[in-house]
Design a protein around this ligand. Structure first.
Ligand SMILES: NC(=O)CCC(=O)C(=O)O
Length: 259
């Protein structure tokens, strides 16, 4: 499975400009015929949280129509990062996943809101797991701060997820945490980690880039720099089974003693 990560810069609070830029990059990446594309967190608005009421996507419909059309046109899977999704009960930070036929394959709203960037003041947390199937492989969607919660990640891999798709807006001062946490989640869950961060800066933060794909042994398959970039790598799902057979942590767990 070839995966392309679209490490975008994001125009602060300007959805129209971001849809145009994303379409250009998605078409550029799709021309190289990947099986799957992934975008960063909140790629339509950035962290312009005070204006979310005005610029968020009602029911995520604009994003769903936009991504669904591109997935169908190119016959690829698209993990559409996340967008501010405006519903009657509030705004969530939601990831939508589309299959090759343009159908919605999954949906996940960020469970852990990040106080350091004021998410808890403007967003509602999700309540459900982000499991979905792509080309017959069970995958999980996670958003940025979620990677600091190993028990949440495990809740997905204990159910059989073999690939974690992570969309992020992770700031540069914590780049060492980003790399260490992603590698740890791959090793401890013996799964692939596909993590797409943003590039560039907003009024409050400079972002780290360094999107990457990590294999179930914890080795980095590919890693971007700090600037905008389309990064591609190939994952071999057989490797998940091999590593899980070699060190059988899922059958050696003692969950009855963990609470
Ligand atoms: N957008 C986010 O959730 C950022 C999380 C982050 O920076 C962290 O250190 O955790």
């Amino acid at each position: 499975m070839k995966i392309s990560l679209i490490q975008l810069d994001i125009a602060f609070g300007k959805p129209e400009a971001n849809y145009v830029a994303a379409e250009h990059k998605i078409r550029q990446a799709a021309a190289t015929r990947p099986d799957c594309l992934i975008l960063p967190e909140l790629w339509t608005t950035g962290y312009d949280l005070t204006r979310l009421d005005e610029i968020s996507d009602p029911e995520g419909q604009i994003t769903k129509d936009f991504i669904s059309g591109l997935a169908r046109e190119y016959g690829i899977n698209i993990v559409a990062g996340s967008v501010a999704n405006k519903q009657a009960a509030g705004i969530t930070n939601s990831m939508f996943v589309f299959g090759r036929n343009g159908g919605l394959a999954g949906e996940y709203s960020k469970l852990h809101l990040f106080r350091l960037m004021d998410e808890h003041l403007y967003l509602q947390p999700g309540e459900d797991k982000g499991l979905f199937s792509l080309d017959g492989t069970l995958c999980a969607g996670l958003i940025c701060y979620d990677i600091r919660f190993p028990e949440w990640v495990r809740a997905h891999t204990a159910l059989g997820a073999e690939v974690l798709f992570i969309s992020a807006e992770w700031p540069l001062p914590r780049l060492s945490h980003w790399r260490a946490l992603l590698i740890s989640r791959a090793i401890e869950n013996q799964c692939y980690v596909v993590a797409c961060n943003r590039a560039g800066a907003d009024p409050a933060n400079i972002f780290a880039g360094h999107s990457m794909i990590i294999d179930p042994w914890g080795d980095i398959i590919c890693e971007a720099g700090e600037s905008e970039e389309i990064l591609s790598g190939v994952i071999d799902l057989q490797k998940v089974r091999e590593v899980r057979q070699q060190i059988p942590i899922f059958s050696d767990r003692r969950p009855e003693l963990y609470t």
